[in-house]
Write a protein that binds this ligand. Structure first.
Ligand code: NDP
Length: 263
């Protein structure tokens, strides 16, 4: 994270989450781990089912489920899942020390992942379908000035090859043009960084979302269409999707939840 106020040297997402978790614990927050498998916002108090069994009954709820990485939809992504395909460089980059990897995407996430992977891998291909990067200037510079990163503009990844794990990526340059060219590059790891989908499906029977699944809130507030249910962070932010905005909206949601309980 290069742009979160208060970290002039930047901070890793993992370290920041640890700091935030420890700060919350300092205020006696109870933190429980589990997967929400169902919710019932049909009547108050609301019910949240965890891991298909435990039920939490709550007067007010803040949804902060974030977004999940998108995949290209290639059958090979499934075929090689866990065997060279990943959507999280910080989670899996370690396995590619001194290897060759490819990152797909041209936004801030892709540049950030490529830059991070270049600290571990010997060579990083950045596969960008357009002829320019969408990322912010500072991230573009970091990628373009990095001798370990080779940006393949105007390229689409159409498949992966390998015996038991990823050994190569099949590429198409200038898709649909007269200059269209198909070829393969040897790689050990294939990282997706092409955007995200909001984790809102489970709430959809009750909570209004936009056409892309982002939770709709009353302008400038975390207030959803269900009284006492608030939404914070990327799951409700189709525009900015920045950590600092998520932190700010979490604060707003906490204040709204407290006011709701007091009312
Ligand atoms: P973006 O939506 O900004 O970029 C997605 C990239 O993936 C684009 O280059 C897009 O190409 C490409 N893409 C999408 N679908 C495909 C596909 N099917 N095949 C090939 N390429 C594809 O997503 P990001 O996750 O990068 O960023 C989301 C937001 O989060 C942005 O606002 C960004 O600024 C922010 N962010 C900020 C960070 C920071 O400040 N440190 C770090 C990471 C993200 P095309 O351009 O052709 O559409």
């Amino acid at each position: 994270m290069e742009n979160f106020p208060g970290y002039p040297e930047g901070v890793s997402g993992y370290d920041m989450m640890e700091d935030m978790r420890n700060q919350a614990l300092k205020f006696d927050t109870t933190i429980r781990t589990g997967m929400v498998t169902a919710v019932d916002f049909g009547s108050t108090p609301y019910t949240v089912t965890i891991d298909d069994s435990n039920k939490i009954i709550a007067d007010t709820i803040i949804i902060a489920t974030g977004v999940s990485a998108k995949y290209l939809g290639l059958p090979d992504e499934t075929k090689y899942a866990g065997r060279g395909v990943s959507a999280c460089a910080t989670c899996d980059g370690f396995f590619f020390r001194k290897k060759t990897v490819a990152v797909v995407g041209g936004g801030d996430t892709a540049c950030e992942e490529a830059a991070f992977l270049s600290t571990l891998a010997d060579k990083v291909y950045l596969i960008v379908r357009k002829n320019y990067l969408r990322a912010s200037d500072i991230m573009q510079k970091r990628v373009l000035d990095n001798p370990k990163i080779e940006v393949l503009f105007g390229h689409n990844a159409v498949g992966l090859t390998g015996e038991n794990r990823v050994e190569g990526v099949r590429l198409v340059k200038d898709l649909g043009l007269e200059t269209e060219k198909h070829y393969e590059r040897a790689i050990d790891g294939f990282f997706l960084a092409i955007g995200h989908k909001p984790n809102s499906d489970i709430f959809k029977p009750w909570i209004e979302t936009d056409e892309n699944g982002y939770i709709k809130t009353k302008a400038g507030t975390p207030v959803t269409n269900i009284p006492g249910v608030f939404a914070a962070g990327d799951v409700a932010d189709p525009i900015y999707r920045q950590a600092i905005c998520a932190a700010g909206s979490g604060c707003k949601a906490a204040i709204e939840a407290e006011r709701y309980l007091n009312r």
